[in-house]
Design a protein around this ligand. Structure first.
Ligand SMILES: [Ca+2]
Length: 237
């Protein structure tokens, strides 16, 4: 009799909590689904605005230039300008764009020394891995010609483009068709800068850097930041 009573009570308890268990199961099911969708959106999403330049202009990017500029320093004897076009006219590669109809061109069309490009600052998660991919083409007719794509670990600063280790470049007296590149970075801050730069450091001929399909993607979140610093031992009181 006692056994039967216990059994009945258990049954009653189950019935009483059944709606809550059901609600909890439904909640957990939707939580799992929404987490999966969120994860799916985060991976493979291009964090850059207008990385394929299909707006037909540099919308989403900020143009920069050091003028007057000469790699040898001051005085600048023959300053020239970097013209930024979507698309340009110097050293047109085949095909003229990798994706869609448009590609970015940074060109110096006058004999003289010049340096400039575009950049985008992005708020990201520090200590996570990000990868920048895309394609570049180049027209150069002198050893002072170069075009660069790179990442800065932090905010935009034109001084840091020469020292950043996260960059890819094509330069010299050469013509190069579309070349794919891939750069990865684990930022130490919550902001990084993607930049392009084209230079003519000898005031001779022309130079043109072509860019298309630029994409910055989050790859994965590292569990701990990379650091060579050791945690100091606790001070004994
Ligand atoms: Ca394009």
């Amino acid at each position: 009799m006692k056994k039967l009573l216990v059994s009945t009570n258990n049954h009653f308890c189950c019935k009483k909590y059944m709606p809550f268990i059901l609600l909890k199961s439904i909640f957990l099911f939707f939580l799992t689904i929404s987490s999966f969708c969120l994860l799916k959106e985060s991976f493979g999403e291009n964090l850059l605005k207008n990385g394929d330049f299909e707006t037909g202009n540099t919308s989403g990017w900020i143009c920069w230039e050091t003028f007057p500029w000469d790699g040898d320093g001051i005085p600048v004897k023959h300053p020239a300008r970097v013209d930024i076009h979507v698309p340009g006219t110097i050293g047109v590669p085949t095909p003229p764009a990798i994706s869609g109809l448009y590609a970015l061109t940074q060109e110096v069309t006058a004999e003289g020394t010049a340096r400039g490009g575009i950049y985008q600052e992005l708020n990201i998660n520090a200590h996570s891995t990000y990868v920048l991919t895309g394609s570049m083409a180049f027209y150069g007719d002198n050893i002072g010609d170069i075009t660069i794509i790179g990442l800065l670990d932090g905010q935009w600063n034109p001084v840091n483009t020469s020292t950043t280790p996260f960059k890819f470049y094509i330069g010299g007296d050469t013509v190069s068709s579309w070349t794919k590149f891939s750069l990865s970075i684990i930022p130490s801050k919550n902001i990084i800068t993607v930049f392009t730069e084209t230079c003519q450091d000898w005031g001779y001929g022309y130079v043109a850097g072509w860019y298309d399909n630029l994409s910055l993607q989050f790859v994965y979140e590292n569990s701990k930041p990379f650091s060579s610093e050791k945690t100091p031992p606790e001070v004994q009181k």
